[in-house]
Design a protein around this ligand. Sequence first.
Ligand code: AMP
Ligand code: MG
Length: 345
Amino acid sequence: MLNTQIIKTDGISIDYNDLNMAAKIIREGGLVVFPTETVYGLGGDATNASAAKKIYAAKGRPSDNPLIIHIAKPEDAEKYAFTSEVYYKLAKSFMPGPLTVILPKKDIIPFSVTGGLDSVAVRCPSHPIASKLIEATGVPLAAPSANLSGKPSPTCARHVIEDLCGRVDAIIDGGDSEIGLESTIVKLDGDSLTLLRPGAITADALRCVCASVTIAPAVLEQLREDERPLSPGMKYKHYAPTVPFVLIDGERERVIEFLKSEQKSKKCAILCYHEDMALLDNQNIIDVGNADNLESQAHILFTALRDADSFGVDIIYAHLPPKDGIGLALYNRMIRAAAHTVIKV
Ligand code: AMP
Ligand code: MG
């Protein structure tokens, strides 16, 4: 059991001594959780195979599920991967920011970071504390989401403390994550892009830079047991509360009627649109924002799942989200948290 240090910040800047202490921990092979604009990351030195092993152990993550490496500037990718013209086109439009690009890896990145693959996932976060930490360590940070494997990704320090206190050397508290869902992941194949994981950089935004964008089947559908996803992480159960999570698909009024009757017969929690709050019994309901505000729903989703799970209910319900814009990312996370359970009303 490690004595985890909690480092407080104002969410934008970090004390100089705290920054140097965190950077030293990472350079010496330790683990530091840090805030990013997407979710919190569990960071270790991406050039150090034993640090990578510690990351997998701290999360309880299967070692064939590769880690994303975080860099301070898009051009730093040159040191760790083979870049291309399309990489720089994407970088110009979306970096620093919530976009991860899969590139062929160079030898300096150990196979323990890439789950044995000869490609590496590269991201340049825009969060000022993340950037400062990467610069101060002088190495790329291998950083998966800072949750225990299978749990919803953490979007505030409280979630990280719940999951990883005693399992990491330090946690930098940077307040609430701005976006609340993990980065968009794309794989480059010549001039074409495959979207492996949707996020705040939407498929339409990618199409403005690259004419050919294909959405990988695992984004929307459940893979068969024998199918191999392009992104190994897509095959694992993820984001799941401990009780069943069920999505309801149908017209708003019918969904409300269904939820009202469920509230009478079951101990249930509901992730509810703001406008519908007054229509339901107010026990165990969580306001996720207006029906048309998908950014708010994305921002709140992981907190709502953790909170609903702590109510001691038997089942959690939510609306099935639309699939456009950031809705695709929301849909992808929710359908997997629900293990593809959808009730049509
Ligand atoms: P997380 O670290 O929790 O944000 O998850 C990282 C995601 O990136 C997982 O779904 C991985 O499978 C995916 N990923 C990382 N590296 C690669 C790679 N080289 N090829 C394909 N997917 C990757
Ligand atoms: Mg994760």
